[in-house]
Write a protein that binds this ligand. Structure first.
Ligand code: Q46
Ligand code: ZN
Length: 344
């Protein structure tokens, strides 16, 4: 099959939702165009605005950082070490090697060493699922580190598959609050930096193809905590739909953003004020992150529910409600996707 763009070269990747197939050069051009289109169409950031890119060591975030560096944007990478055994070390190394090879700045925060919140340990010490503690910590640190380092925009590598799966999950449970906030751009507001997702028009296999063609060494293994995550099931279901009807994922997501999201977007203003402990914006006296730290620092009760000999004590108290908690559905897949076959 010939490339539908240049008509000269043999195509290496078919993109059925666009009714197109591209050679390597034209595919890279297509990928860059889609990112540029998202940045401009959704007014994500200007040429002169520095962007903090959240990187995990996976294909999506490193592809995003690469495409922005290549386009001449001023960026720094931001990696959070989650202290997940067998996963955090190699993923950090991928980010460090990527940054060093390009002479780019990488900011690293070690959640365990700096905040006492290694994800595996935090999940054990609290009643939380690991992804809940992880999502909460990431949201907090994205904002704090961006502000501390003079960035007003943070970009994440969420792709079309991630966003469609998140949307599917939110629709399945009619999470109207989350539906109102699902967007490729969340604007800056009182103490919160702007959050953008420049890859939301590109499928997961396209970010994998871009990473392979650009020689990016990314971590292929998924985070071990994502095993059994609902988002993976939703991605499978949407992939089946896409195989039978190319373009379904894209029309599901873009149609929602265009026609339905405004219906869920809450008009009511939420009042943010500084957390009494750390100063980050929150709706409660202490922010969720500070409450999580306090919960983890609390001495552990003895095994067996901690019931004392005098009969008092009893089972562990329920965890306090946490502002803006909830695990992100976007457990990124690190599948090494072959370049040639049609979409799954
Ligand atoms: S990194 Fe964190 Fe994901 Fe791992 S612990 Fe869950 S949320 S699965 S994107
Ligand atoms: Zn706080």
């Amino acid at each position: 099959m010939r490339c539908t763009r240049c008509r000269g070269q043999e195509a290496c990747l078919e993109i059925r939702r666009h009714n197109a197939a591209y050679c390597e050069d034209c595919f890279l051009g297509f990928f860059r165009d889609q990112v540029a289109r998202a940045i401009e169409h959704d007014k994500m950031f200007r040429r002169d605005e520095p962007v903090l890119v959240a990187v995990s060591g996976g294909k999506d975030s490193l592809a995003l950082w690469d495409v922005l560096l290549d386009a001449g944007y001023e960026t720094a990478g931001f990696y959070i070490s989650l202290a997940i055994p067998g996963y955090s070390e190699p993923s950090r190394e991928k980010c460090e090697v990527f940054a060093a090879a390009r002479g780019a700045r990488l900011i690293v925060v070690d959640l365990e060493q700096e905040y006492g919140l290694g994800i595996a340990d935090t999940a054990q010490r609290t009643a939380r699922a690991p992804c809940s503690a992880c999502g909460l910590s990431k949201r907090y640190l994205f904002n704090k580190v961006a502000l501390d380092n003079g960035f007003r925009v943070i970009a994440t590598g969420h792709n079309l598959d991630d966003e469609a799966a998140t949307l599917f999950g939110n629709v399945l449970r009619w999470q109207t609050g989350y539906l109102g906030r699902q967007a490729p751009v969340l604007p800056e507001e009182d103490g919160l930096v702007k959050k953008v997702k420049p890859l939301y028009r590109l499928a997961e296999r396209e970010t994998a193809a871009y990473a392979v063609l650009r020689g990016i060494d990314y971590i292929v293994e998924e985070c071990p905590m994502s095993r059994g995550a609902k988002s993976l099931l939703y991605k499978d279901l949407l992939n089946q739909l896409e195989a039978a009807s190319p373009g379904s994922k894209q029309s599901f997501l873009l149609g929602f953003l265009d026609k339905a999201r405004p219906l869920f977007h809450e008009q009511e203003e939420v009042e943010l004020h500084p957390c009494e402990q750390c100063g980050q914006p929150t709706t409660t006296p202490l922010c969720a992150f500070c409450r999580l730290r306090a919960e983890v620092a609390r001495p552990r009760r003895p095994r067996g529910g901690g019931r004392r000999r005098d009969g008092r004590g009893g089972p562990r108290e329920a965890a306090p409600p946490v502002h803006a908690a909830g695990a992100p559905l976007a457990a990124t897949s690190g599948l090494a996707i072959p370049l040639t076959p049609a979409e799954p």
